[in-house]
Write a protein that binds this ligand. Structure first.
Ligand code: GLY
Length: 394
């Protein structure tokens, strides 16, 4: 509503599979569906847009489950300008929305800017009135965003952080946005698209500058709902609870089990959406990513004592949660559940076959006290037997 009132066209979320973009496997940000508009190769009858975009990223895959904030699937809120407004208005909107609409106390909001972006500094300090000590200059790794994929628009960015107070912090006198601890929670990224980066990494100024912003819906929900974990957000928690019911266990009883519960929660949410958008398990590309997630989830289910297919049942809770916002999920319920169930059954067969091969290998190499890496690799690569399972059995 806020952005609609300010001339933005509300555009539906695009698919998790980017359209006509061979450089990108998945939709990783709200700006992906607008890449041609930012690059200037396509013009539309609007120059301002706002979206709630479903996103999928595997960059943090290894950390999913181990922490309470990493995930592969999430929804990103964003406002966009294609050659329309630039830094000043983007910063004004973000500030007003955060402090007046969401209602974060002014004194708790901090910002970061790209190290040499004096223009952004002047807007934050001179125009908005944020004290200098709360404007942190960070380097390229933190405050330069894009492109999404091998080529596309990119530029310096400015992020908004909520100071959750010293109780969440590391206690260091240097603790500020950019610190690894939990005190300053980044909630919104404003990207000032100024350059086009080609496949070789060369950047040239864009003919028209643009604005691309991203705010994590789940992160915002954590703050609103007063919870310190993405997995405690009401919608996500329902999925987690369903898994616990099936496994007959309680969340927060045992840290090792909690990791498995969180992995399954994240992966079933992601895979339900991926299948809905047309990805099917296979041994390459998107299908391989999907297969890996489903097998990882099934593997963690096994660790919780679920030795029969169960993920397909949890998909019902994902659909119940998100079906209103994404009606496709309801329409494709049967397909989604069938694909998941089939993959679970195949995985169980793989495990059974792999256990036999591994048993023979162990007997053969018992005297050496170790398996050759080659055999371990073949088990994984040819027979699809998970490496962590091999390690555990050994
Ligand atoms: N495209 C902005 C972001 O992903 O943070």
């Amino acid at each position: 509503e806020y952005f609609k009132e300010r001339g933005h066209r509300i555009i539906p979320s695009s698919s998790l599979i980017p359209k006509d973009d061979p450089t990108l496997l998945f939709t990783t940000a709200g700006m992906v569906q607008f890449k041609p508009m930012f690059a200037g190769t396509v013009r539309l009858d609007y120059t301002r847009a706002a979206t709630v975009q479903k996103c999928f990223r595997t960059s943090d895959l290894e950390r999913v489950g181990k922490t309470k904030r990493h995930c592969t699937f999430f929804e990103m809120l964003g406002n966009f300008s294609f050659g329309d407004y630039f830094k000043k208005e983007a910063i004004e909107y973000a500030w007003e929305y955060s402090t007046k609409v969401v209602g974060f106390p002014v004194e708790d909001v901090w910002v970061s800017i790209f190290e040499n972006d004096d223009e952004a500094f002047d807007i934050w300090k001179g125009h908005i009135g944020v004290p200098e000590r709360k404007i942190v200059r960070l380097g390229r790794e933190d405050n330069f965003w894009g492109p999404a994929g091998d080529s596309g628009a990119c530029g310096p960015c400015s992020e908004l952080y909520l100071d959750r107070g010293p109780a969440f912090g590391c206690g260091s006198p240097d603790c500020r946005p950019g610190c690894d601890c939990e005190r300053f929670l980044e909630f919104w990224n404003l990207v000032f698209n100024q350059f086009y980066q080609d496949e070789t990494g060369k950047q040239t100024p864009l003919p028209r500058t643009g604005i691309d912003t991203g705010m994590g819906l789940e992160r915002l929900a954590c703050i609103f709902q007063g919870v310190n974990s993405l997995f405690e957000v009401d919608t996500v928690r329902k999925i987690l609870d369903h898994i616990c019911r099936i496994a007959g266990i309680q969340y927060k009883d045992n840290e090792k089990k909690d990791i498995s519960i969180r992995v399954i929660t994240d992966h079933i949410r992601a895979t339900t959406f991926l299948i809905c958008d047309g990805v099917l398990p296979s041994n390459e590309g998107r299908g391989y990513v999907l297969r890996r997630l489903l097998r990882r989830a099934a593997r963690h289910g096994k660790l919780l004592g679920c030795n029969r297919p169960f993920l397909y049942e949890v998909a019902d809770t994902v659909i119940a949660n998100y079906g209103e916002a994404y009606p496709n999920l309801v329409e494709k319920r049967d397909l989604i559940k069938r694909v998941i169930r089939l993959e679970e059954e195949r995985f169980i067969e793989t495990i059974d076959a792999g256990l036999e091969i591994l048993g023979n290998l162990i007997n053969k190499h018992r005297a050496e006290g170790a398996l050759p890496g080659e055999d371990v690799f073949r088990l994984y690569d040819t027979f699809g037997f998970p490496l962590d399972l091999t390690r555990e059995i050994l």
